[in-house]
Design a binder for this molecule. Structure first.
Ligand SMILES: [Zn+2]
Ligand SMILES: [Zn+2]
Length: 207
């Protein structure tokens, strides 16, 4: 996956970020990030100000329409939704990590990247490196809730307070997709059966 595209995605949420922060997120040297930023600068996508990287205006206004969650059909209202970035740099968003991980099924055979945000600090994390508290009492969106953390330690602390289990990306994905039928039903219970039918249509399409 193209790190430059991911940097742009992060900037769409965070407005500005330092090279140091980015090097932590991507686990590469600051020099590597610096090179990406230089290229993005040449492409006029970002500029630097007071040592921070800022998104250029034209980039900011790209794809900011209100979207609907492709899994549960709720409007995506979170300022930092779960985001899957496809190889053609198109992005797809889900209302929360629960739906986001289910959405990965659609792209199972494609190279994708995904960004989520630490529940406590709001800092961006590559979803594949995140730890998720699954099925806790805290249900910010769809149930069973899947809440992302940058570190296993914070996830465990959260689990102490709210229950659930701490899983890595792959285990969370497997757990959710194995139970997809049940999960989707719970996910939309508050709405009505109409949504459930629509979801089965989505499922048929993806077959
Ligand atoms: Zn959803
Ligand atoms: Zn949700």
């Amino acid at each position: 996956m193209d790190r430059k595209k991911e940097i742009l995605e992060i900037l769409k949420e965070k407005e500005k970020i330092s090279v140091k922060e980015l090097s932590k997120i991507f686990k590469v040297s600051e020099m590597t990030i610096y090179r990406d930023v230089r290229e993005l600068e040449k492409e006029k996508k970002v500029k630097r100000k007071y040592g921070l990287i800022i998104l250029n205006k034209e980039e900011k206004t790209k794809n900011v329409l209100i979207k609907q969650c492709p899994i549960c059909e709720k409007p995506i209202t979170r300022p930092r939704p779960y985001r899957i970035i496809l190889e053609n740099s198109e992005t797809v968003e889900a209302c929360c990590e629960h739906c986001g991980l289910l959405l990965h099924q659609k792209y199972e055979n494609q190279k994708v990247s995904a960004i989520t945000y630490d529940f406590i600090t709001d800092s961006p994390i590559t979803a594949f490196d995140a730890y998720f508290v699954v099925g806790s009492e805290a249900i910010p969106c769809c149930s069973p809730s899947v809440i992302p953390f940058a570190s296993r330690e914070t996830a465990l602390k959260f689990k102490k307070g709210f229950g659930g289990e701490v899983l890595n990306f792959v285990d969370t994905y497997n757990k959710l997709t194995q139970k997809i039928q049940i999960n989707l039903k719970i996910c939309c219970e508050e709405d009505n059966s109409k949504n459930f039918i629509k979801i089965s249509e989505i499922k048929n399409k993806s077959k």
